[in-house]
Design a protein around this ligand. Structure first.
Ligand code: NI
Ligand code: MN
Length: 231
């Protein structure tokens, strides 16, 4: 599995020959530099699937144009998939607790504690996260969420996680201290941080956040935008 950080909460995961794009927010991210990363820009990035954790603009802004250009299949909750279907963009709807086998592996749609209105104010259903596994590994993309006791269900119901992508920016989601607890709840020591630094409210001290994880025997990976890590 290859993970490329595209800024904010946007990740590109390559596995089983498929490209899974999570929460695309490229065009309007002031930290994303199209000139240096044209291959990851909304105009050029390649995707087979686009997974949307919830309806907020900083997670769905580029989903429609990328889906139309690439033919990628959207995966999200029922309300978000219905909203895109009305625009003529097809997808696969899931709901909390459900699993489905795709050609790249199994997806479980899990709880997130957050909100989920769509950019035009439509009901975006309830926010979620994704646990995804195949014979290359297993990972958790949490989406925007608070620390939640429900995270303890993940190791009880899914294969052992190889890594997890957790929000750490605070204010709108967990901050680093709660994300350390979350990594214990999900029984995973390798965490890729996301949802930090993009806006004023979520700027974090990188060294302090990484120390909080290291003090608990865990690793917090903060990838530069455009960087790739293999698992
Ligand atoms: Ni959000
Ligand atoms: Mn967000």
């Amino acid at each position: 599995m290859k993970v490329t950080y595209c800024g904010h909460a946007c990740m590109l995961v390559e596995t089983k020959g498929k490209k899974l794009l999570f929460d695309p927010f490229l065009t309007y991210n002031e930290l994303f530099d199209t000139a240096t990363l044209p291959h990851l820009s909304a105009d050029q990035i390649q995707a087979d699937y686009i997974l949307l954790s919830h309806g907020h603009e900083d997670h769905v802004a580029d989903a429609e144009p990328i889906a139309r250009r690439t033919g990628a299949t959207l995966i999200s909750n029922a309300e978000i998939i219905s909203w895109y279907a009305k625009k003529g963009v097809p997808g696969h709807m899931m709901n909390h607790g459900g699993t489905w086998k795709f050609d790249f592996g199994t997806v479980k749609f899990v709880h997130a504690v957050h909100s989920s209105s769509l950019p035009d104010g439509s009901n975006g259903g309830n926010p979620g996260g994704f646990v995804i596994w195949n014979d290359e590994g297993c990972f958790y993309f949490a989406g925007d969420t608070a620390l939640s006791m429900d995270m303890k269900l993940i190791p009880m119901t899914c294969p052992k996680l190889d890594f997890a992508i957790l929000p750490i920016g605070d204010n709108f989601t967990m901050g680093p201290a709660d994300a350390v607890l979350a990594s214990s709840f999900i029984e995973c020591n390798t965490i890729i941080g996301c949802h930090y630094d993009t806006f004023g409210y979520i700027k974090i001290d990188h060294a302090a956040a990484q120390k909080a994880f290291a003090d608990n025997g865990k690793e917090l990976i903060l990838l530069p935008i455009g960087a790739t890590k293999s698992f």
